[in-house]
Design a protein around this ligand. Structure first.
Ligand code: TA6
Length: 305
């Protein structure tokens, strides 16, 4: 057992968890248990990687050109968008997708579950910068279970005496063999707002396939999504609860090269964002003392042809 003073108190870490810090002072937790490995940045409670031991390829995509800087989001893995999704509704100077992904979090609990998975509970630190952007009293925790599946539960508690509204997403980048060769099921018949086509509304016909820039917010949808990836000979199953929106995004070549942290090569081809969210008309109103939890579970299986 090693002891780690992450911010406020000492947490006993079992032998499956180790801690490291980079030259910029950013802190990371690494998990290596019987089922899988994972790496989590304390800035943003950002799960950067997850790979089951039986998988040849990581399940999450992480850019080789990602920036590891205080106050900047890491390109890849699972950025946590909270308490708004996309641009701030009234103040364009604030960070798109909210502050949770760029703020420091602390580890408040760690344990080994009965099924052998490693559980970590992280909580956002209420710094003055955070308070300026959301003045309602609240608590925000992320529970991460690293096992033969990856489970994450983002819980918001309203600790004040007034209701407030949030938008949120687990903006997950999945690692795929080639975005042009995959197919995505689970959204058939769902209504979406298409950012590429002026936010107009359409209905999804059949499975989703990709042959160009794609940026859609599917509303009122709770179903499991499945990525079929013939190149990696696997499926990725994305189950969720407490989420009524699914966002799908791939920038394609031109926009990927403009981003600066995706590189100038074809690495954009190896990612697809499937985001379990609450956005647009699915934003969540929290009454005083109410707790709302957005939960996801990812698992892989061989592709049956
Ligand atoms: O979730 C899709 C999206 O909002 C896209 O419109 C695109 O901008 C993407 O997220 C990435 O956003 P980021 O702020 O991480 O560069």
């Amino acid at each position: 057992m090693s002891s780690l003073h992450l911010v406020e108190k000492d947490i006993q870490l079992d032998s499956h968890i180790s801690f490291c810090q980079d030259a910029n002072g950013l802190k990371f937790l690494e998990i290596d248990n019987d089922f899988s490995t994972a790496k989590i940045a304390m800035q943003g409670a950002h799960v950067m990687s997850w790979q089951p031991k039986h998988e040849a390829e990581p399940v999450l995509w992480l850019s080789d050109h990602a920036r590891y800087i205080h106050g900047r989001s890491i390109r890849g893995g699972v950025p946590i968008c909270w308490p708004w999704f996309g641009a701030h509704p009234t103040d364009g100077t604030l960070c798109p997708h909210g502050f949770a992904r760029v703020m420091p979090w602390e580890l408040i609990e760690s344990s080994t579950l009965e099924n052998g998975a490693t559980r970590l509970v992280l909580q956002i630190i209420n710094t003055p910068v955070v308070q300026k952007q959301l003045f309602y009293p609240y608590a925000l925790t992320l529970t991460i279970d690293v096992g033969d599946t990856l489970k994450m539960a983002l819980s918001t508690t309203n600790r004040g005496n007034q209701p407030f509204m949030i938008g949120e997403a687990m903006h997950t980048y999945f690692n795929v063999s080639d975005v042009e060769q995959i197919a995505l099921s689970g959204l058939e018949g769902a209504e979406y707002s298409d950012k590429v086509l002026n936010y107009d509304r359409y209905t999804q016909q059949g499975m989703v396939r990709f042959n160009g820039e794609f940026d859609r917010v599917y509303v009122n949808t709770r179903d499991v999504c499945v990525i079929e990836d013939p190149g990696f000979n696997r499926i990725i199953r994305i189950a969720k609860s407490g989420s009524n929106t699914t966002v799908i995004w791939t920038p394609w070549e031109e926009k990927a090269h403009q981003l600066g942290d995706m590189g100038n090569d074809d690495s954009w081809r190896h990612m697809i964002c499937i985001e379990s969210a609450n956005a647009l008309e699915n934003m969540v109103m929290l009454a005083p003392n109410q707790i709302h939890t957005l939960e996801v579970e990812y698992e892989t299986q061989p592709l049956e042809r």
